[in-house]
Design a binder for this molecule. Structure first.
Ligand SMILES: [Zn+2]
Length: 236
């Protein structure tokens, strides 16, 4: 539970630039207690467990390459997007900064959360706790669908950063290409979920106007997560 508490505190403090700070520790304690039930519900989702793994590891602070196990980036190195953790911070703090970067501020992660935000009511503010801790940002999205969106998003964020290091790093990193690929990964994950459900599922009653995923007349699911025309210029 200590790692979960740390993850919750990170999610709250990461929102500081966009939301007035609550007193972190008591708020995080209450949220962390509520996580147990949500984690059980997520494991029961009818979807392959490999889509749930990144989120589980995020909670445990064990995502390799994202500060997991307390490992920051090597001294003097930078993310392909140019970001570096604070050189003066202890390694454990640098590792937390790296996790926050990979799953919130890195190029691909930013594009993914803008795309998600684009599919929510305009009045909704998307916060780290919504994505990391799977808290519904609004009642417009059914709880289980929101879980799927977050699992897809976190997996896509990590994969998008991996792409920056592999294919894209060889030819230089073009932020617009990274953003497009990141959203492709998000959509591919949502489509995989939809394809896994068949024509009779607990999601077959989702209305056509439901964000992200809806049910066709025959009960099978389809995805309508619209991405932004130009993610690189979109503001959140
Ligand atoms: Zn980065």
């Amino acid at each position: 539970m200590e790692a979960w508490q740390q993850c919750t505190e990170s999610a709250i403090t990461l929102a500081a630039p966009i939301q007035p700070q609550e007193e972190t520790r008591p708020t995080a304690l209450a949220i962390t207690k509520a996580l147990r039930a949500r984690v059980r519900q997520v494991w029961r989702l009818p979807w392959e467990n490999n889509w749930k793994e990144v989120r589980w590891r995020l909670l445990q602070h064990s995502v390799v390459g994202a500060g997991g196990h307390g490992w920051p980036m090597k001294r003097g190195t930078a993310c392909p997007c140019g970001w570096q953790h604070s050189a003066a911070s202890p390694r454990a703090t640098q590792a937390l900064q790296l996790r926050e970067h990979v799953f919130w501020t890195c190029t691909g992660a930013s594009a993914i959360r803008r795309a998600i935000h684009h599919n929510l009511p305009v009045s909704v503010q998307l916060l780290p706790r919504h994505v990391w801790l799977l808290e519904q940002p609004c009642q417009t999205v059914r709880k289980e669908v929101w879980y799927v969106v977050c699992l897809a998003a976190l997996t896509a964020m990590l994969r998008a950063r991996g792409l920056m290091f592999s294919t894209l790093a060889r030819t230089g990193v073009d932020p617009a290409v990274v953003e497009t690929r990141a959203i492709d990964l998000l959509l591919a994950a949502l489509k995989d979920f939809a394809a896994c459900q068949g024509s009779v599922s607990s999601f077959s009653d989702l209305g056509q106007s439901h964000p992200f995923v809806y049910a066709r007349p025959n009960g099978s699911l389809a995805v309508h997560c619209s991405s932004l025309p130009s993610v690189s210029t979109a503001l959140i």
